[in-house]
Structures are given as structure tokens and as C-alpha cells.
Design a protein around this ligand. Structure first.
Ligand SMILES: [Zn+2]
Length: 451
């Protein structure tokens, strides 16, 4: 198709070397950005191009959500009273044996709609479930393709204290890898739920799969203090030091949380170029703490922002996570300069892409990159007067201002609504599945739906 699209903004925030451009546009040809520059020049050169956006709108790269769990798509707003390990014991462990391909598919659609509405164009996911005779996680890939949402998908394998051994876990990795290879928008990573959740046998097999297969790793690292203490008791070293020694860091690694990383851990992470997913909302809800984001960035560690799971955040709204990241840094350091709006915006876009080692393809509006683009509605009262476009995005905008979203050059959101799936139908389909899930998991004490 030779039809081109000109995406116009009063402010075009490139997140690339060009910085912020006034009255500019992004020329999209097929799935790719062909040009970025002054609107008048691009309009004169391409008078027949379809137009999106307008002179008051803000145009930005799609947000890169560096961490989440589509496995929690059907269990939102539940079990708020626990810290992480209690929460895993009370909610995640009872649910995980009952997740099926169908609940993975519908849960991903439900969470993915919310992500797209908040401007996310890439979702890095770790699906936490128990393996079944039929693979579960390919349901995630099917839903992402249907949504037109770029995915980095992993299976959050764990086997310590769980039945079945490592073979069915490796089979689930293989099924997800094959589904991603056949998909238009998803790429595969090897998921390691956490160092403390795996036998040494599964851990070694995971490392071999990642390093030998040329895949990245996605892992939770040092989210809470207890995790670090337990690793010292079991291995005599921190989870970060264990990964540096036992091999995962030999593959490109994206680590979620890193709240309880000390100076030694941070130096190891910088040395091995470990990317970090910072999840401020989930870290606050679960009372895990505040990650040392600026200390990690000062060492050159690539830090992106994640919404985290639909059960731990519980919202899937990226703009909430973005604002929370900047607020949490400020309240931690008691300094208004602890994290600027520009720094938060950078983490949300190119920073996240770097953390995933995908910055050659996504994360900024630059010629040759994928056309993953968000238009914020400048005609809304919220964005009527933009004194500083970065502050407007981070402090002011909400998901209501997300007007259009392109992923790979194709519209996923038009005039504020997801157009790739029937949203009402997704909602209706999710209801019996969510009820069934909490009933099978035996959670009447936590959910009205299970009673
Ligand atoms: Zn997580």
C-alpha cells in the first residue's frame, strides 16, 4: 500500500537526537517512519498523504511498557492487604494452575485494550502459570496480534516446590517461542520467574536456552528484602550476584523491579548491561519500597517504566505509572529535581527500548524506525495550554487524552477507542472466565465473584 500518513502535532516529541519540534509531523510509509520534520515542508512534499493529529496535538513515540503479567488480566482489584510474598501465596499460587489458553487469550485482550488506550505500543510480558498438557502462553501472542500491540513475551517459569518437574516448563517455553516466531509483532524471551522460585536444574536449563538460543532473559530481581535474604541463605550471595555468576547475564537481561539492589549489585548490573523495569505503582501498592532509579541511571543502567501486572498495580494505565515514577523519585529524595518530566518521558520511551535492547527499532520518532506513534488530544481542556510539552505529558495528560495510536503503522486506537477488537465483546467474554477462575482457585474470602 503506497498510502502515506502525516501525523501532525503542535509539539512532536521525538525522544531522539532531534528533541522536541514545534508544528512538525511524522511521515509514515507502511510500517515505517519515512521522515520527521516541519509540517509545512512535509505537507508540501506529500500533499496526498492522509492526515492524523493537528496543530494543537502532541505527537510522541508509543510508550514502552517494560514489565507486566497478562496472566493477571482477570484478577484486578483483589487481595490488597498483602506484601509481595504473602500476596503470591494468597492469590497468585492458587490461580496459576487454573490459567488456560482461553483465559490467557481473553485476559491479554482485556489488559491490552487498557494498555493501548494509555498509549502503550510495546508490552514486555511475563506470563506466570503452571504448564498444562495443552500450551497456555500462545494465547497471549494470539491476542497481541489481534490487538495490534507489539509484544515481548515470556513464560515466568518456576518449579521449586511445584509438581511436574522441568520438562513441561521447557515445553511451555518452546510453545511460546514458536508462537512468537510465527507472529507479526511478538518476540520471545526466556522467562525466569525469580532466582528463588527455580530449582538449580531449571535455572541451568533456562540459561542454556537463552544463551544457546540467542534469546533475551526476563526475570524478577530483588523486588523485596526477603528475596535478597533468602538468596544469601541458599547461595551465599544476592540474586544479582547469582545471575552474574551462573549465566543469565550472558544473555541480554531485562530485570523487573531491582528495589533492593545495593552498590555492589548496581555495579554488577551496569557491568553486564542489565536493563531494568521500574514499576512504581506496584512497588507502592505492595509496600515493596522505592527503587534507586537515579542511582542506577547514574551508572549508565538503562531503566524503563512498567505498569506491572493487572493484579499488582492494578491499573494497566501507563500514564499513571509514568506520573508515579516521577512522584516517587521526588518523595524519596525530597527534592523537586530528583526526576524531571523530561527524564521520566525518556525512560517511558527510548529508555525502555534500550532496556529491552530494541532501540534500533522502537522508542523514538526517527527515520527508519517502526511507526509506533501516539497522538494526544490538544483540543481537550486538559491540554488546552501547553507551557512545556514534557510536563504536559507527564504531569497533566491522562488516558482520556490518548486520541490515536499507531503500532507498526496501523491504527490500534482511533478517536480514543481501540478499533482492532470489539471492546464490549471482550468485556463480556471476560466475565464468566474471571468468575470461574476465582471459584476454581477457591478465593471466596477475597472475591465477591467466587461466592
Ligand atoms: Zn512482575
Amino acid at each position: 500500500m503506497s498510502q502515506k500518513t502525516l501525523v501532525r502535532g503542535g509539539h512532536v516529541l521525538t525522544a531522539g537526537p532531534a528533541g522536541a519540534l514545534g508544528d512538525a509531523a511524522v511521515l509514515v510509509s507502511g510500517a515505517v517512519i519515512e521522515a520527521v520534520g516541519p509540517y509545512a515542508e512535509l505537507k508540501a512534499a506529500h500533499p496526498d498523504a492522509r492526515e492524523l493529529g493537528g496543530p494543537h496535538d502532541l505527537v510522541l513515540p508509543g510508550f514502552v511498557n517494560t514489565h507486566g503479567h497478562f496472566s493477571e488480566g482477570l484478577i484486578t482489584g483483589i487481595a490488597e492487604q498483602y506484601t509481595l510474598w504473602e500476596w503470591i501465596h494468597a492469590l497468585i499460587n492458587p490461580v496459576r494452575p487454573h490459567l488456560t489458553y482461553k483465559s490467557a487469550y481473553v485476559g491479554t485482550l482485556l489488559a491490552g485494550v487498557q494498555m493501548l488506550r494509555s498509549g502503550i505500543t510495546t508490552a514486555n510480558d511475563m506470563f506466570v502459570c503452571d504448564p498444562l498438557p495443552q500450551p497456555v502462553t500462545p494465547g497471549v501472542v494470539a491476542a497481541l496480534d489481534e490487538l495490534n500491540l507489539r509484544g515481548v513475551v515470556s513464560f515466568g517459569a518456576g518449579d521449586l516446590g511445584l509438581p511436574g518437574g522441568i520438562a513441561p516448563r521447557l515445553d511451555e517455553h518452546a510453545a511460546l517461542r514458536e508462537a512468537a516466531a510465527a507472529s507479526r509483532l511478538s518476540t520471545f524471551r526466556v522467562g525466569i520467574g525469580a532466582v528463588g522460585g527455580q530449582t538449580e536444574e531449571l535455572f541451568a536449563a533456562s540459561v542454556e536456552l537463552a544463551v544457546g538460543g540467542g534469546f533475551g532473559v526476563h526475570i524478577h530481581l530483588q523486588e523485596i528484602r526477603e528475596e535478597v535474604t533468602a538468596a544469601f541463605q541458599r547461595f551465599g550471595r544476592s540474586p544479582v550476584a547469582h545471575c552474574a555468576r551462573e549465566g543469565p547475564f550472558g544473555a541480554p537481561t531485562l530485570a523487573a523491579h531491582c528495589v533492593w539492589v545495593d552498590r555492589n549489585d548496581r555495579e554488577l548490573m551496569a557491568l553486564h548491561r542489565v536493563g531494568v523495569a521500574h514499576n512504581p505503582v506496584a512497588n507502592m501498592i505492595l509496600a515493596s519500597g522505592a527503587a534507586p532509579v537515579m542511582e542506577m541511571r547514574a551508572l549508565g543502567i538503562d531503566v524503563g517504566i512498567g505498569v506491572d501486572g493487572a493484579a499488582s498495580n492494578d491499573s494497566q494505565d501507563f500514564l499513571q505509572a509514568l506520573k508515579s515514577a516521577a512522584m516517587l523519585a521526588r518523595v524519596t529524595h525530597l527534592q523537586a529535581t530528583a526526576m524531571t518530566a523530561f527524564e521520566a518521558f525518556e525512560m517511558a520511551t527510548i529508555g525502555g527500548a534500550r532496556a529491552l535492547r530494541m532501540d534500533d527499532r522502537i522508542g523514538s520518532l526517527e527515520v527508519g524506525k517502526a511507526a509506533d506513534i501516539v497522538v494526544l488530544d490538544g483540543s481537550s481542556p486538559t491540554l488546552a495550554n501547553v507551557h512545556d510539552p514534557y510536563q504536559a505529558v507527564v504531569w497533566v495528560a491522562g488516558s482520556r487524552e490518548v486520541k490515536d495510536v499507531l503500532v507498526d503503522g496501523r491504527p490500534s486506537v482511533v478517536d480514543g477507542e481501540v478499533v482492532t477488537v470489539d471492546v464490549a465483546e471482550v468485556v463480556a467474554r471476560s466475565r464468566p472466565l474471571a468468575r470461574d477462575l476465582v471459584r476454581k482457585a477457591g478465593l471466596p474470602h477475597l472475591s465477591e465473584l467466587a461466592r
